[in-house]
Design a protein around this ligand. Structure first.
Ligand code: SF4
Length: 211
């Protein structure tokens, strides 16, 4: 396992990215560079974002020790699969911590990921796949563009993810950082994002600062 990972953000509780109340881990760095991505600041593989993987695992352990514990873990970015060694180390550690529901967002298609990583269904309960497509609008609250799909790997969570997939309620969450910055978590409608002067979050992935 690679011993460091570039991290954009870790946060708990997350209400606006996945079903229930979750822990969130956003990777820093994305090679896909989708046109219209509203978080270009999450693209750079900025060494200043480097965190030892054991520290990330310890952070997750702390999140999942809270009472009540999170309903699950959401992994997003940036592009998590652009750091596969660290990602899979963290996914395996999450399983060892007893985290059963892990949702990942990726700009890669599920078919390509499964070809490269056939072990994925053992480590994820669900995946939202595909690049963000500007102009390909959707009313679904869990994705940024119509082309993106929810792929369920763990049938035990079928009901939970079907309810989330069909939810008419779009949730956005404003969080304050220790340094005074504010971040918005969630997936805005495309028409709302592009009306905003300072848009924040993309396909349910990383976050943009809101000063
Ligand atoms: S939308 Fe997601 S996958 Fe696409 S460029 Fe932005 S961070 Fe990368």
């Amino acid at each position: 396992m690679k011993d460091t990972v570039l991290v954009h953000l870790m946060h708990f509780p997350v209400y606006a990215l996945g079903p229930g109340t979750r822990a969130g881990l956003w990777f820093q760095g994305c090679t896909l560079r989708c046109r219209g991505c509203v978080t270009p600041e999450s693209w750079s593989f900025d060494p200043k974002s480097s965190v030892p993987v054991p520290d990330v695992i310890e952070g997750l352990r702390a999140f999942f020790r809270t009472e009540p514990p999170p309903d699950g873990l959401t992994i997003s970015g940036g592009e998590p699969f652009d750091q596969p060694d660290a990602l899979f180390g963290i996914l395996r550690a999450a399983r060892e911590l007893g985290v059963r529901d892990v949702l990942a967002y990726s700009g890669y298609r599920a078919e390509a990921l499964l070809e490269s990583y056939p072990q994925l269904p053992q480590l994820l309960s669900a995946l939202v796949d595909g690049p963000f497509e500007r102009g390909n609008r959707t009313d679904s609250v869990w994705k940024g563009s119509l082309n993106q799909r929810l792929v369920l790997f763990d049938g035990d969570f079928r009901e939970r993810y079907e309810a989330w997939e069909q939810s008419p309620k779009r949730k956005m969450q404003l969080i304050g950082m220790d340094d005074g910055r504010k971040l918005l978590i969630g997936i805005p409608r495309q028409e709302d994002v592009f009306r905003l002067k300072n848009p924040f979050f993309c396909d349910g992935s990383g976050g943009r600062q809101w000063n």
